[in-house]
Design a binder for this molecule. Structure first.
Ligand SMILES: *Cc1c(COP(=O)(O)O)cnc(C)c1O
Length: 370
């Protein structure tokens, strides 16, 4: 989509002409293991509850929704409090159309200067930075993809970036950052009047305590969460932020009026009421992740230790193996790291299909060995 030239009559901003649109392929496949979705669809009981709620509010769709999403923010605060034993209120929580909209709002409110992240990490952080006119600085990690906290603090100090992004568990590597290291980073950021944004899209898959437990001590700490992954609610588009109330107040300046539809707000609350059921599959996915680690290693792959619902593993050639897997109906992610692919943990049948297909692909390329 990007490499094609733009027509000369189109007054597209010069600073975004060279960008590529986000484009994880959405291809028909037997095992769709490329976007870290939860493979388990909502139960009949939940589908019925959502349908009833939509019918209930359909009669008032002539009206704008609650602009401030108060009921939903209360529900999200209660959810975080129940899981992390925090004392958050709706004034500490913001909700939007996926955490991607949260990220965009953060750049609109606090960007303009520079933002720092530690590569490889979530590709949307730099992309949204550029689209909103914030210059992005690629910080570095250790070669095993772990984060060297001292080096990270050094990069925070030397770049003086106003927004610092860390993703834990990290995407695409799956590695997580211990809470005490997050605390070191947020203290360093505070010395420079910078904000530390912790993207916890996969928090529910990790045994590490959430950074929300530090919020009462650090006003410059922002924690992004989503209902897209563990919550199995990607199609509804609900992401949220937990932070100091002054941060939340600032986001109201940049949000579009009535940004979250009445339907989204209402069904997200229904999903929260069913959180136990929705999160019940997390333990299964974690167990299946560990099983897949063993199977990948048996095929000769190196596997990065993961606290998320996906694995990054080595292959002889990213492109060749990706193509060969797709031919067999298995869609995984080429994250642009040469010699690696990323696979999302699916249901048992999808995982088996992936492992069998990978064995076939490897057999084709070099006699079954990586
Ligand atoms: C998947 C993902 C998101 C989620 O985005 P939504 O817009 O909430 O679906 C955010 N951050 C990271 C690191 C992710 O991997």
């Amino acid at each position: 989509m990007s490499q094609k030239e733009w027509p000369s009559w189109l007054p597209l901003r010069a600073d975004i002409r060279g960008l590529s649109a986000y484009g994880a392929p959405q291809l028909p496949s037997l095992a769709q293991l490329n976007t870290n979705e939860n493979p388990y669809p909502p139960s009949k009981k939940l589908v019925d509850a959502i349908a009833r709620k939509v019918e209930e509010i359909a009669g008032s769709l002539n009206r704008y929704p609650d602009r401030d999403c108060i009921a939903l923010r209360k529900g999200l605060a209660a959810f975080l409090n129940s899981r992390s034993l925090t004392h958050l209120y709706e004034e500490n929580v913001w909700a939007a159309n996926g955490s991607n909209e949260i990220i965009q709002s953060l750049f609109l409110a606090f960007g303009g200067e520079s933002a720092l992240g530690f590569t490889p990490s979530y590709s949307m952080h730099p992309l949204i930075a550029q689209v909103t006119g914030t210059s992005w600085i690629n910080g570095v990690r250790n070669s095993d993809f772990s984060l060297d906290v001292e080096l990270a603090c050094h990069q925070i100090k030397t770049t003086k970036a106003k927004l610092i992004f860390v993703t834990t568990p990290n995407n695409p590597t799956g590695t997580s950052i211990p809470l005490r290291d997050i605390e070191t980073l947020v203290k360093t950021a505070a010395e420079l009047s910078s904000l530390l944004v912790v993207d916890e899209a996969y928090a529910e898959f990790s045994s590490e305590p959430s950074a929300v437990t530090l919020l009462d001590r650090y006003p410059n700490l922002l924690v992004i969460r989503t209902m897209s992954k563990a919550f199995a609610f990607a199609g509804a588009r609900v992401g949220y932020l937990a932070a100091n109330k002054e941060v939340i107040r600032a986001l109201a300046l940049v949000r579009l009026p009535y940004h979250l539809s009445a339907i989204t707000q209402a069904i997200a609350l229904v999903a929260l009421d069913h959180s136990e059921e929705l999160l019940a599959n997390v333990a299964t996915l974690i167990a299946d992740r560990e099983k897949m680690v063993v199977e990948l290693k048996a095929l000769g792959a190196e596997v990065i230790p993961s606290s998320a619902n996906f694995l990054l593993f080595t292959v002889p050639s990213s492109k060749e193996i990706w193509d060969s897997l797709l031919e067999q109906g298995v869609l995984v992610r080429d994250v642009g790291l040469s010699g690696y692919l990323r696979v999302t943990i699916g249901n048992a049948a999808e995982n088996q299909r992936f492992i069998d297909s990978l064995a076939t692909s490897l057999g084709k390329t070099q006699g079954g060995k990586i």
